[in-house]
Design a protein around this ligand. Structure first.
Ligand code: N01
Length: 494
């Protein structure tokens, strides 16, 4: 039973970040409700079920730091194993009963002078539920809204057609003529799984990728037993992977000229030269921009699969889609039974399409009319006690998303404690602080490898990378010690 005046948290989304928030709030003995629009937890791992899906960062890093998992079967686990991990965690921490499944939040409206914190959020869900919460945690994901290509005739295709993140498992694949548009991480993983199963497989590539060869390693039962019996060793492995990733790769991308990127290019080039036997195909697979400018593609089987006798890499531009298949500009019709659109996501949506109305009635959609931004990627001026995990300007491609969410959540809790102890009235960054951060971030982003001349989902409407462009050490320092002077607070000012 909730005590009068006890702060209430609304968590939006039961994916990786939302579940993390629920677990941590439960541990802290705080009151919360999770709103999840689907019927299951898991977020991106629930929605992406395409053949070949796997995590391309090591599973022992892609785990909550407080819930390391000795049972991972692979170094880079398949999607269903990761989904099972999140289902298991939900069960173990007893949070399922606090999740309102099948309820999308449609409206969050700040009501000043109500609730126990000088104001609260009125939240409405798709079921008609209306409730009041002092705090909102938007854990709504980034790679969430599928992007469909603008190709003439797409709607006239007579076979089965779907986006990679909306896989139709009723459609038979074996022995069929399959076409896939897109060679990002999704298209590459799908190719590895499907090219050998199809009657013919056409991969439509607009831009060649840097492919980093990382062998898929299966852990033996003996290894898993040793992980089980030695939790300390598991912790050390997690820490070691984190150091390698955050002090190594994460810094590499901050400087477009870095010698470490030359090294990555060397490894990828050697792989291309030695793995692709046909010189003409090799040239078509050779990228002409800096490695890591687009998100690196990690694969142990892409080059083998694209050389499968059934497979063809199509690099002619697509002219249109017709009922029978895809026609390329050279006039050729690539006849298909199944067409998969592995064409990525709208990465600028974040909490949208919810209606979010902050202090004074400002609409977040209006505030973000040009592009989304957030102070330190977690809070927005004018939107009190409203937090985002993995929100705008988060380190989406350079740090571990789980560790990022854990650190952002810990930051949120520190600010919450400042409110509880009376140092702040509520949590709302000043406009000056948000603008200063955004200016500095933009300047740093222009020097990163993401800005060295390729087209990618890291770029905003101006062609400037939108992600966190500073080292991990700075992120950690910012998250560990909130600067209270960057937050509005009449009480503090008094
Ligand atoms: O999407 P993408 P994704 N005609 O945007 C092409 C994460 N992820 O789903 O490069 C022709 O990367 C487009 O071509 P181009 C990971 O962070 C992780 O593959 O723009 N082609 C590109 O090739 C990843 O980065 C895992 O020229 C068109 C592709 O579609 C992110 O998700 C697994 C086109 C889109 O690539 C997104 O990856 C999978 C058109 N009209 C994904 N429009 C893990 O393993 C678009 N394209 C954890």
């Amino acid at each position: 039973m909730q005590a009068a005046g006890e702060p209430r948290f609304a968590i939006i989304g039961a994916g990786m970040s939302g579940l993390l928030s629920a677990i941590k709030l439960r541990e802290a003995g705080l009151d919360f409700t999770v709103f999840e629009k689907a019927e299951r937890v898991g977020g991106t791992w629930r929605e992406n079920t395409y053949p070949g899906i796997a995590c391309d960062v090591p599973s022992h890093l892609y785990s909550y730091s407080f819930e390391l998992n000795p049972e991972w079967r692979y170094m880079a686990s398949p999607g269903d194993e990761i989904q099972a991990y999140f289902e298991g965690v939900t069960q173990r921490y007893g949070i399922r009963d606090s999740i309102r499944f099948g309820e999308a939040v449609v409206r969050c409206e700040w009501q000043p002078e109500s609730g126990s914190a000088g104001g609260c959020w009125e939240i409405e869900s798709s079921s008609g539920f209306v409730g009041r919460f002092e705090w909102v945690i938007a854990a709504t994901g980034i790679l969430h809204h599928p992007k469909f290509p603008d190709i003439e005739g797409l709607d006239r295709f007579s076979g089965a057609m779907f986006h990679s993140a909306r896989w139709d498992h009723d459609v038979p694949l074996d022995g069929r003529r399959i076409g896939v548009i897109g060679t990002g991480s999704s298209g590459v993983q799908i190719t590895g799984a499907l090219a050998p199963r199809s009657a013919s497989y056409s991969l439509f590539q607009r831009t060649a990728q840097w492919v980093v060869p990382v062998e898929q390693i299966a852990y033996t039962e003996e290894q898993r037993t040793s992980f089980r019996s030695d939790p300390k060793a598991l912790e050390e492995m997690h820490a070691e992977l984190s150091r390698t990733f955050h002090d190594g790769f994460a810094n590499t991308v901050l400087d477009g000229e870095s010698a470490a990127i030359d090294e990555i290019e060397k490894v990828c080039r050697e792989y291309l030269e030695t793995r692709i036997s046909d010189p003409e195909l090799r040239e078509r697979l050779r990228p002409d921009y800096r490695a890591a400018c687009k998100r690196l593609v990690i694969s142990h089987n892409f080059y083998d699969s694209i050389q499968h006798p059934n497979a063809e890499l199509v690099t002619e531009d697509i002219q249109c889609v017709e009922p029978g298949g895809v026609r390329t500009r050279d006039g050729r019709l690539h006849e298909l039974d199944v067409l998969v659109l592995a064409t990525g996501f709208h990465v600028d949506r974040f909490v949208r399409p919810m209606t979010i109305r902050g202090d004074g009635g400002a609409l977040l959609d209006e505030v973000w009319r040009q592009r989304p931004s957030a102070y330190l990627s977690v809070t927005v001026p004018g939107f009190p006690n409203f937090f985002m995990l993995n929100g705008p300007n988060s380190p989406v491609g350079n740090f571990s998303l789980i560790m990022t969410a854990e650190m952002q959540f810990a930051y949120l809790m520190k600010l919450f404690e400042h409110v509880q102890s009376g140092n702040l009235d509520l949590v709302m960054p000043t406009r000056a602080a948000a603008e200063r951060f955004e200016e500095e971030r933009t300047e740093a982003a222009k020097k990163t490898v993401w800005a060295t001349g390729c087209k990618s989902w890291y770029l905003d409407d101006r062609g400037i990378p939108f992600a966190w462009p500073f080292p991990f050490t700075r992120f950690r320092a910012e998250m560990e010690a909130p600067r209270l002077e960057d937050y509005e607070s009449p009480r503090r000012a008094a």
